[in-house]
Structures are given as structure tokens and as C-alpha cells.
Design a protein around this ligand. Sequence first.
Ligand SMILES: Nc1ncnc2c1ncn2[C@@H]1O[C@H](COP(=O)(O)OP(=O)(O)OP(=O)(O)O)[C@@H](O)[C@H]1O
Ligand SMILES: [Mg+2]
Length: 480
Amino acid sequence: MTKAQATVKKLQDPFYFLREVLGIKTLTAEQNQIIDSVFTNKYTGVRSSHNTGKTFICAGIVLAFVIPNKMSQAVTTAPTGRQVKDLLWAEINHLYHNAKYPLGGQMNLTEFKIKPKWGAVGITTEPGKEADSAVKFQGYHSGKILVVLDEAVGIANPIWEAIDGIASNEDAHILAIANPSTTVCSFYKKLKEPDWNELSISSLNHPNVTEKKEIIRGAVSYKYVKEKVGKWCDEAAEHDKALKTFDFEGKIYKPNSLFTWKVLGEFPEQATDTLLSFYDVEKASERELSETGDCYLGIDVARFGSDYSVFCIEKNRSFTFKPFYHFDTAQITGEAIKIIKEHKPKKVGVDCDGIGSGVYDNLNELKNNGGFDYDFELIEIHGGAEPLDLGQTEEFLNLRAQMFWTLRGEINAISLEPIEELQEGLPQIQYKYNSKGKIQIEAKEDFKKRLGRSSDYEDALVYCNFLKYMETEIKMFFIK
Ligand SMILES: Nc1ncnc2c1ncn2[C@@H]1O[C@H](COP(=O)(O)OP(=O)(O)OP(=O)(O)O)[C@@H](O)[C@H]1O
Ligand SMILES: [Mg+2]
């Protein structure tokens, strides 16, 4: 072997490349496992908790794969353009420009070119563009190829099919990595296939957490994990595999669903009959929309004073929330008046199945007596009323079922204030078909039994979201 050949051989060792060329001295044990797996297996799937260096390691692997291997290609993707350009490719650019030696080739925002058919590219697989993106993927069918899927739970089926095509190539390596926020996705199914090597990253093992100090800058912190253990977990007397119990600082804990996927990197137990997935709700919480446009106000008044009353305010498909604990109807009315005067909603809907009717009556009286300086529609909401005719193909047991189902159809177009209760509760609302094939939402009491609190945020949201379809004049017919 000549000296030059020996150098190339050395560089082809990804650990050597990352350490000696890119100058990375701080890989975690899990990141090392991922590198090892990608270079020895065809399929590597990683489910991982938040902020543990997933995107960082994808970036390092792309450069360690492409640069030392002549005529190799890497294709990377994520469900949105922002995730491709501002996250993965920003990290690739950063590593490239901060390498210990000039690396050659031409680095752009989402493309790296050494020679024709030797380099890397980022493709977004945004909803609506799946078919186009799949065609781009089909262009990679020969030679040494790496496919990197960041945020893989959001990647659509046509892309996975195109990847199957690439994978038929002998020297193809696929790395899919994600926060395991839903089991309703191809990523979940792929990990179950025998030729996929499944790895996992839990924040509990991250050096920043085990050492209680920031060893890797910007990654998950001890403080974050400790806070979430306190907030999202209950102490348990003994270990129970089914409940995914874990040890933390000498005690045993049982995680809630959010902790399970955000901190432990495990798929949450989610019943198959849930209305929405954690992924849908997480994405809605991250989505930013302009807040100019019609305003609506939905009010869920606490039953018998034991829970929160929640106001949900919509502005142009962005929803924010105001909770009030132990307020009586007079106080809630006072808060509603303030909010109506400030935001001037076009429609205000009040849950009138319990003591909310008192709030409705107070507001109605004030409205009729000229207490507001503009006109709006004040709407009584009764979950037990007949559904409206909106041309939906499904049949609903009652208005409550229709309101929840409508949210399911619109979740990918709305923005939600990131409220932890909502992020945990909304994906756990269950539905079923009754004996007549009509959709029915679980009883409020069942939700409360499972989650230990009432569905106040969830109810206020679905009321508010549905107001655009409701009119004061619509006569409410009740289902007996
Ligand atoms: N081994 C490492 N050495 C140095 N910095 C690292 C390393 N791993 C991660 N980082 C840094 O830690 C931060 C978090 O990493 P990254 O964004 O890759 O995490 P992630 O798991 O993709 O997060 P998210 O769950 O938000 O997608 C980034 O600033 C990244 O540059
Ligand atoms: Mg990431």
C-alpha cells in the first residue's frame, strides 16, 4: 500500500475523519453507536429524545461519508424546508467551514459538490411536494449512496417508497432519525423490520445530564431533565416494564407520555383510536402563522368550580389560551368582557352545558343593553346538540363529536400556543364508532379518569375552532 493509499484508508474511517479532520472531540456514546451502525449496516433507525445531537451527527456522517469516498453521494431530507436548510445543512456548513483542514469541493446552502455525481444535496419533502421530491430521490440509484432522513416521523410514504428503490443498490446506507412522537408513521413500521438496526438515545444518558454540567454546548441540560422528572413523572414503588419506569437519582419514576418520547426517546403508548397524534400536536405548537384576521373566542367554564375555566382566542388560525382557576361565573364574565373589549372577536362561543350558561346569560344581557361598542355573535354551545350539515362524509353522534373531528381535519393548518397540558392531553382524546357507525368522542369523565384533570384546554380549543361554522340563528336540536 502506498502512503497516499494508506492516508485515504485512514480518512475512510469515519471516527478518524470526525476527530482528526472535522476536529470533533466530544461525541457521545450514542453518537458513536450511530456512526458505527451507518457504516456497517444498510439500515439504521434511531429514535431519540430532544436536543441530544441527532442533527449534529447526521451532518458529521454526511461529510465523513462523502469526502473520503470517491464518487459517493449523500441525499438528505426532512419534512420541511426549514429543517433541511436551517438545521441539518446549517450544521453541515458549520462543520465544513470549521474543519481543521480545507476540505475542497464547493459548499452551498443545501448542496455540496466535489465533482459531478460526487457530493451531497438536501431535498425537502414538504407536504404537497412529496411526489416531486420522490422523483428527485429516484435519481440516486447507483454507486456508494447515503440517505439521511432527519425528523423521519414526518416523512411521507412516497419518499419511503423512493428510498426502497435506492436501497436495492448494494452499497446504499440509510439513516433515519427522529423524535418518536407517533406510532402512526412509516418510521415506526420500518424500525420493526428485521433488516433495520434500531438504536435509541435517552436524555438520561447524555453527558450533560449524567455529569450535571454543560459538556456539549447547546444540547439537553440536567436542569431540563430534572424539571421534567418533577413535572411529568410520578414516583413508583417498583419497576414495571409496561409502564416504562426508569431510575433517576436513586428513585424509580413512571413517565407520562410526553416524558416518554421527549426525554426517554421511546414511542408513547398511544391507543389506536386517538383523535390526534403527539406529532400533529407538536407540529401545530411549532407552527408560526400571522395573527392578523378574524378573531374568535371560545370559553369552557369549569364545572362545579373544581377545574380550570379556559378561554381560547383564535386569530387567523393561531390559538392562544387563558386559564382561570376556581373563578366563579361572575369573575369569568368579568374576564370575558375584558377580552371581548380588547380583541373584538367576531364570534364568542360559551359552553352552556353546565354553569357556563350563567356566563352566557350575563354576556347576553350586557350585549343587549349596549354594553359593547361593536356587534358580535354570541353563541351557546351544547355538545349534545345535533351536528351541523357541513358536508362531511362521516356521521357524528352529536355536535361534540363533530367539533372534535373537525379539529382533527384542520390540525395541520393551525398554530397552537405551546401549552404542556394541551400537548399531553390533546393526543390522548379517544373516539369510537357507536353501533350505528357514528363517531363518538369519549366522555369527559373517562378523559379525567385517565389524565387526572378535565379536558378544559382541549374543549375550549375545539369550541373556538368550530365557531366559524356556527351562527347564533342556528336552532339547536338536542339528541335524546
Ligand atoms: N458531539 C457534539 N459535539 C459538539 N456539539 C454538539 C454535539 N452534539 C450536539 N451538539 C450541539 O448540541 C446542540 C443540539 O444538537 P442537535 O440540534 O443536533 O440536537 P437534536 O437532537 O437534533 O435536537 P432536536 O431534538 O431539536 O432536533 C447543537 O447546538 C449541536 O451543535
Ligand atoms: Mg434535530
